[in-house]
Design a protein around this ligand. Structure first.
Ligand code: ACM
Length: 717
């Protein structure tokens, strides 16, 4: 390639195409290729060139007349300035030949017949050639050109910043995605994130070639989208009193009532966010959940509900509420009005109508719903949800949109053109594809970003399950029968539910770098997937995330977390006695400032410190807190066994080698009873016992709410 730069720009581009970079075979090639280009997701094809391109302050970025392509060149220059401090000079191309030493952005027309072997075919494909004389980013579509710019930016930020120039080794990349749906879902209903954060989240996605943002805008605990025709959805439905004693005591002087938590996106906010997403090649798929997860809407407009005792306030429990929309014509009219405004705001093809976890108790109990079922000729409540989904599907289809639903929509019958989002494992995708539906894989727990990504006590709250970066990386996007026929698999999506993700910083942390692993398995060809190689590219990824100001997890590269025998064992260092419903829960207090995080099985709050050395006797100290029991778990609540206390405030009981029998130590909870935050209990002696022994920690208490939680224990000689 050394001579190519002496020719004209057009001739050079043609020469590069003629080189016909082939697909290298074998994993050895994959190792080598990925390490040439420190890029995530790994490009489909990379070949080394000869020499280097030196990029320095004032290097020209040559942009074409085409305004969209020009915007991408300017975006690249702005990004490099922001993240590396290198100021480039953006110049509009006038003649055929760009200036020497420039970075050239070019939209090229596909005059040649698309070649099946040319991975650039498809609107997201691009080509990047780094030559000593120039850099050329070319694509047939603005989407591909954008991704070429992203790859170039990653190459420019792969190494630690040094003063002066950025040295790029010469190379040639030909790249295009494996899947067309590479998504993240952000739940803005359970906790609200600011419009500025949503736009930053979109930026970070785009810089990893993720292209779909599923935006969960409505749920039981909040309705977050302004709907002009129904103002109470947000004036009422967007606000709740948080769970717990501390929030109940947090009186707002303006109202003399507990301070409300909430927020919503105005239609102007949404228009700005959508425009921002379009510029970043991200399509937003808004989700309006129905017929379940509808409590906030029903509180705002009780006539939408299916019970004579509709909920009075937007609730703060997590889990599955029984509240469903009813099936009156007026309710369908309401939902169509809402979807009309949604379609007016979101130009993408897909609209998500939820459909998950709609327990049918209220429909079964309602004489009016039962009468409607007979009127509609619908046999049972499952089929009624099918009727519901069909009506929404027809409405969306009449407006040239397509319905997406969670995999439950398969159960009651589903419109032929519906896309199924498989979350209860991958079975929904397999069933959907077998029935001829498109599917997106977003299985719980592997692609559920609210799972913890490590076991360290410094992990923010979330689900107790640990889904590491490696777990996400090793997820197979074409499982089972889909390996043989993956036609209907549109792609992948990782979901960030935010019940336990209260802050924007934590939302970023739960997402990164796991979303980078998702990006790679969604974009890169299977032959390029290589975990050790991905790990080798992680330091550069972390530098880039730092440069972008992303609060990310470094757990994948952190030394293992260990605790000495006489150090504090945080609840995360202990074993839960059972794994029924383990959560990493944040204390509800203090209202301002840092709160403790407890790992707790809410169905059986009980912890084990394994193999404690008690041979010389010990002094035990423990710190405890209380968390609100704000979980809608239906009849499962009856399975929770409480141990009766011996004193009014209850006790923390410690047992040896199992959780039955007489306690070896009892710590009264009276000192902690009135403290909303964490209390260190007075130390107690533990009798000596030869050899290692498991210590079991369990509370006694009369009621579930609040629930006692262990923060840490410490044994001192
Ligand atoms: C879901 O997690 N309920 C889709």
């Amino acid at each position: 390639m050394a001579g190519a730069g002496r020719k004209s720009f057009a001739a050079a581009a043609a020469a590069i195409v003629l080189l016909g970079i082939g697909t290298p075979a074998g994993s050895r090639a994959a190792d080598r290729f990925n390490s040439i280009a420190d890029v995530i997701p790994a490009p489909a094809q990379v070949l080394p060139g000869r020499g280097v391109f030196a990029l320095r302050t004032g290097t020209k970025v040559s942009i074409p007349r085409d305004p969209q392509a020009a915007r991408i060149g300017r975006y690249f220059a702005a990004l490099l300035l922001q993240t590396r401090g290198t100021a480039l000079e953006v110049v509009e191309r006038t003649g055929a030949n760009p200036p020497a030493g420039a970075i050239v952005f070019a939209l090229v027309s596909h005059r040649a017949k698309p070649d099946a072997g040319d991975v650039r075919s498809g609107p997201e494909g691009y080509r990047l050639d780094v030559l000593p004389q120039r850099v050329v980013v070319s694509a047939g579509d603005r989407r591909g050109l954008f991704y070429g710019a992203v790859t170039l930016w990653q190459l420019c930020t792969a190494s630690a910043p040094v003063h002066g120039s950025i040295t790029l080794p010469a190379l040639h990349i030909v790249d295009a995605p494996r899947f067309r749906w590479r998504g993240l879902m952000l739940d803005s209903a359970r906790h609200f994130q600011s419009p500025a954060f949503i736009m930053r989240y979109i930026d970070w996605m785009a810089l990893h070639k993720l292209n779909v943002l599923g935006w969960h805008l409505t749920d039981d605990q909040g309705w977050r989208l302004e709907i002009g025709k129904y103002p109470r959805l947000t004036s009422v439905g967007a606000w709740r009193v948080p769970a717990g004693r501390a929030a109940a005591r947090d009186i707002d002087p303006a109202t003399a009532r507990p301070r409300l938590y909430g927020g919503f996106y105005t239609q102007d906010d949404v228009r700005r966010i959508v425009a921002h997403a379009q510029a970043r090649n991200v399509t937003i798929v808004p989700e309006i959940d129905m017929p379940g997860h509808a409590t906030a809407a029903i509180v705002a407009y009780p006539q939408l509900g299916a019970t004579n005792e509709p909920p009075q306030a937007v609730p703060a429990d997590w889990g599955i509420y029984p509240n469903l929309f009813n099936v009156e014509e007026s309710t369908f009219a309401f939902l169509e009005d809402v979807l009309a405004e949604v379609m007016g705001l979101f130009p993408g093809e897909y609209i998500h109508v939820g459909g998950d976890e709609a327990v049918k108790d209220q429909w079964k109990a309602s004489a009016r719903v039962q009468a409607r079922m007979r009127e509609l000729g619908v046999a049972n409540e499952e089929a009624l949800q099918g009727y519901f989904t069909h009506r929404m599907g027809e409405y969306l289809r009449a407006h040239d949109r397509r319905l997406v639903g969670w995999d439950e929509i398969l159960e009651g019958g589903v419109p032929a053109d519906a896309t199924v989002m498989s979350w209860r494992g991958v079975q929904g995708a397999i069933a959907a594809a077998a029935a001829g539906h498109d599917a997106v894989l977003s299985p719980d727990p592997t692609l559920y970003l609210d799972s913890r990504q490590g076991r360290s006590p410094s992990e923010p709250p979330g689900r107790g399950t640990v889904e590491t970066l490696a777990d996400v990386y090793h997820f197979d996007p074409l499982p089972g029968p889909l390996a043989a026929d993956g036609r209907h698999v549109l792609g992948l999506q990782a979901n960030l539910w935010t019940e336990h993700v209260r802050t924007e910083e934590r939302a970023a942390y739960m997402t990164w770098p796991r979303a980078a692993a998702l990006a790679e398995i969604g974009w890169s060809p299977p032959a390029r997937l290589d975990w050790p190689d991905f790990l080798a590219r992680l330091p550069a990824e972390f530098r880039r995330l730092s440069g972008l100001g992303v609060h990310y997890s470094d757990d994948a590269l952190a030394p293992p977390h260990t605790v000495g025998p006489h150090e504090r064992h945080m609840s995360q260092d202990l074993k839960t006695c059972t794994d029924k419903l383990v959560l990493s829960l944040e204390d509800d207090a203090p209202m301002e400032g840092a709160r403790a995080v407890f790992l707790i099985d809410i169905m059986n709050p009980c912890w084990i410190l394994p193999a404690a050395d008690l041979s010389h006797g010990s002094t035990l100290t423990a710190a405890v807190g209380q968390v609100p029991f704000n979980f809608q778990i239906g009849k499962d609540i009856e399975a929770i066994k409480l141990n009766a206390p011996n004193t009014p405030a209850g006790e923390l009981e410690v047992r040896l080698d199992g959780c039955q029998g007489e306690p070896v130590a009892v710590l009264p909870l009276a000192p902690a009873a009135d403290n909303d935050a964490v209390t260190t209990l007075p130390a107690v002696p533990l009798p000596g016992a030869a050899g290692p022994h498991d210590l079991c920690f369990r509370f006694t208490q009369r009621t579930l709410d609040p629930l006692w939680a262990l923060d840490w224990v410490q044994l001192l000689p």
